[in-house]
Design a protein around this ligand. Structure first.
Ligand code: ADP
Ligand code: MG
Length: 293
């Protein structure tokens, strides 16, 4: 490959809204046959809204929103921002937590107004030997069967409620995925979210292969497994939890709207966060390298 042609390709990429780390990246782009897509923030907008708050027997809805909202206000996660925003809208300004910690891939924990609070997956509660009572488990299952994401809330050693949030698919995602298929790529949806929510999004955008309920540290293993099957893998992501997988993939693509950690780990950045630019990048690299030889 002549460096000049590669540099021309790089310049054309910039016009298309694709930032390419170096000309050599185009070489691996051309060979890709599988494209792994993170769900939240990549295929979906990542801007969630709080749809419902289900309080356990004897728990006030306002108290549920206040304690969960205060803790979530300290987190950057799209679910957290939806919860905090919904809580403020309904109950007013939130207290500042006395302590806060992120539990990767599971949720958040901390102290609010003297209460030890947890918000996140059921597995986070299980880590503290807490289970959801039947009515809350049922509310959660119903929400998830509708393709929504439901997180559990507990404080002072007891499960207290379930919060339901939902996220919208980006208007450009289905078109981008149809384009990947035309280019001969197999799309795979990869997420830490529950299976029902993942299947719902996959169906909406035309993805047949879904890997759900994956812990952040295990996303990289999914990429490695595909590679061990002989696939040449592109990975598209936006979050801190995608960074290792982006680095491991034969081609890492970060959403320009995503976190710096993801952008640093990737070979390519889709400046506008539009998945269609990933298809443009693959087409460009094939064309650029096709003209060289
Ligand atoms: P994704 O792969 O979709 O970006 P993450 O790995 O960030 O998802 O999170 C996986 C799951 O952990 C979420 O679907 C949610 O159930 C739970 N979770 C993570 N962070 C939070 C949070 N701040 N608040 C509530 N739940 C959370
Ligand atoms: Mg994400």
């Amino acid at each position: 490959a002549t460096p000049t042609a590669l540099l021309v390709g790089t310049g054309r990429g910039a016009q298309l809204g694709i930032l390419i780390k170096g000309p050599e990246v185009l070489e691996s782009t051309r060979k890709v046959d599988t494209i792994v897509l993170d769900k939240t923030g990549t295929v979906t907008t990542g801007r969630m809204t709080l749809l419902d708050a289900v309080a356990a027997d004897g728990v006030e809805r306002a108290e549920l929103l206040r304690l969960a909202g205060a803790l979530e206000d300290a987190s950057e996660h799209p679910i957290a921002q939806a919860v905090a925003k919904g809580a403020v809208a309904e109950t007013g300004p939130l207290p500042v937590p006395e302590s806060f910690a992120n539990v990767e891939g599971k949720g958040v924990q901390g102290v609010v107004d003297g209460h030890a609070v947890l918000v996140g997956r059921t597995s986070l509660l299980e880590d503290w030997s807490l289970a959801l009572p039947e009515d809350l488990a049922e509310a959660k299952a119903t929400a998830e069967s509708q393709g929504r994401t439901a997180v559990a809330v507990a404080w002072d050693g007891e499960a207290r409620g379930v919060l339901v949030v939902a996220d919208a698919v980006k208007p450009t995602s289905a078109e981008a995925i149809a384009e990947f298929k035309r280019l001969g790529l197999t799309p795979v949806l990869l997420t830490g979210d529950n299976r029902a929510a993942a299947e719902q999004v996959a169906a909406e955008v035309g993805i047949e292969e879904v890997v759900a309920e994956v812990m952040p540290a295990d996303k990289v293993d999914v990429v490695a497994r595909l590679q061990s099957e002989g696939k040449v893998v592109a990975m598209v992501g936006d979050g801190v939890n995608d960074a290792a997988a982006l680095a491991k993939a034969d081609l890492g693509l970060a959403m320009g709207t995503g976190t710096d950690v993801a952008i640093e780990a990737a070979d390519l950045t889709l400046v506008r966060g539009d998945l269609r630019a990933a298809a443009d990048a693959i087409r460009l690299s094939r064309r650029t390298l096709g003209t060289i030889k």
